[in-house]
Design a protein around this ligand. Structure first.
Ligand code: TYD
Ligand code: MG
Length: 457
């Protein structure tokens, strides 16, 4: 007799189960997140509960534990190693997520080439055929002898295969296509994703085998499936970028073994993804000259300074509420900067439409880009181009003051290395800079945004 099943509704955000459909999840408060699933009505047997007769848990005194050396598997692709915090930790589970077609499968396949030199890799795809993977491998030049590929979606057989083949690294493309036949719900549902991941993660931890999972994103850009998936894995990497631009940015949003600030920059080419070793140079290529509304900002992405061009366009508004857009910078921050410029700098932006664009598809999170955004806006409003050899950084406060930022020396050195010999920066940061070995460098310190007008001309 087939097992009895019942229909339930599960919140795709938090996994809350309800017998009836509800518009708002009572647990996490998310609207319209309940999806229909099928569940076995008999609860599985619980096994022995902890308590009487259960084996005592071993506890350890922290100071007496041997730390051993931290072992990392260095992939040889520097941009990935940096994002992972210095290489792959054995037994760690990495979730790689991003928009469709951004290059998740490509980057993981390319990763197999250097890693295949010294370890056996099993690439399990639930999305493409073996032939398709082979064609892609030829295209991106992957020819490792240690790489094994297969197409499978059934987790039980995948686990058996892993146990029989004993690979040292497993890639699952993608977790949403995987399926446990003992569960009645369809692949991609909350229960399936949760249970399949739990099974694979348990196996990875037992065998000390690194595991890469590809995760799809939903239409809002979040990882599809339950939020718990992000809690279950050790590292969550997001692959982002504009589809029509060649640059791709790999960013760690969670990392149990490293910093979450680091980014890896890649370029999509005919032969797969290439590392961009000098992102600033790539992002600044094709900069217009002698045009107003363009300013070069120096921002920190983790431990690395990056130069990026910020463009602004302001025009007379034909609406009662002026239009504002911001691509690559926080919209609310741009609105705040416009208000500061109006009130503290005396620039009448309230009757003007304003558009901000960070060129190259980079999303700037560092508030040190404030000064560049403000200057590009002022430059375009006055229609006066900013000196092409000028790079700027500094945070703007609500009083119109230019505030100091972190890593001053690193930023200055990067600007200088790329040929920007005039640097506009917060005045109080000047004392932190040593100009040794930087001949011809001109530092301009300013205290408030009202002083910026003199720089533009
Ligand atoms: P893919 O890795 O399949 O994306 P995902 O797995 O994230 O869905 O990347 C597919 C895109 O990359 C596709 O639009 C074509 C492009 N591409 C190249 O431009 N060059 C290449 O060498 C490869 C393999 C893909
Ligand atoms: Mg893919």
């Amino acid at each position: 007799m087939p097992p009895k099943t019942k229909k339930i509704f599960v919140c795709t955000q938090c996994g809350y189960e309800s017998a009836k459909w509800v518009g708002k999840c009572p647990d996490c408060g998310q609207w319209n997140s309940m999806s229909e699933e099928i569940k076995l009505s008999e609860a599985p047997s619980k096994g022995t509960t902890a308590g009487i007769g259960a084996a005592p848990i071993a506890i350890h005194r922290l100071n007496q534990l041997e730390s051993g050396d931290e072992i990392r598997i260095v992939t040889g692709i520097e941009e990935i190693d940096r994002v992972l915090g210095g290489g792959i930790v054995p037994g760690s589970v990495v979730l790689v997520s991003g928009d469709p077609g951004i290059g998740k499968s490509t980057i993981l396949l390319q990763l197999c080439n250097p890693l295949g030199e010294f370890m056996k890799i099993l690439y399990i795809s639930g999305e493409e055929s073996v032939r398709q993977i082979k064609l892609r491998a030829i295209r991106v030049g992957v020819n490792s002898d240690n790489l094994y590929i297969c197409c499978a979606t059934d987790i039980d057989t995948i686990v058996e295969t892993i146990e029989a083949e004993n690979p040292q690294l497993v890639i699952i493309d993608s977790i949403q296509t995987m399926n446990l036949t003992s569960l009645p719900s369809s692949p991609g549902s909350v229960t399936q994703i949760k249970e399949c991941s739990a099974r694979l993660i348990q196996l990875a931890k037992q065998r000390e085998m690194p595991l890469f999972l590809v995760g799809h994103v939903n239409k809002d850009g979040a990882i599809a499936g339950p939020k718990v998936l992000e809690h279950m894995v050790d590292t969550v990497l997001y692959f982002e970028g504009e589809r029509h631009l060649p640059y791709r940015i790999l960013r760690a949003v969670k990392n149990r073994y490293g910093s979450t600030n680091e980014i890896g920059v890649f370029e999509m080419m005919d032969s797969g993804l290439g590392q961009v070793e000098n992102p600033s140079l790539a992002l600044l290529s094709g900069r217009p000259s002698g045009v107003s509304g363009s300013c070069v900002a120096c921002v920190m992405e983790g431990s690395r300074p990056i130069l990026s061009e910020v463009q602004a366009l302001v025009s007379k508004s034909s609406f009662s509420v002026p239009k504002r857009t911001a691509t690559g910078y926080d919209f609310n921050r741009v609105s705040m900067l416009l208000a500061v410029l109006e009130k503290r700098g005396g620039f009448p932006f309230s009757s003007l439409d304003a558009y901000i664009n960070v060129v190259g598809g980079l999303r700037l999170a560092d508030p040190a880009a404030d000064l560049a955004v403000a200057l590009s806006l002022i430059s375009n409003m006055l229609d006066k181009p900013i000196d092409e050899s000028l790079a700027v950084f500094g945070e703007l406060g609500l009083a119109g003051e230019v505030r100091s930022v972190s890593h001053i020396q690193k930023r200055v050195s990067e600007c200088y290395r790329l040929g920007f010999k005039r640097i506009l920066l917060p005045k109080q940061s000047l004392k932190q800079i040593s100009c040794d070995g930087l001949p011809g460098l001109e530092l301009i310190g300013i205290r408030s945004i009202s002083e910026a007008r003199t720089i533009i001309g």
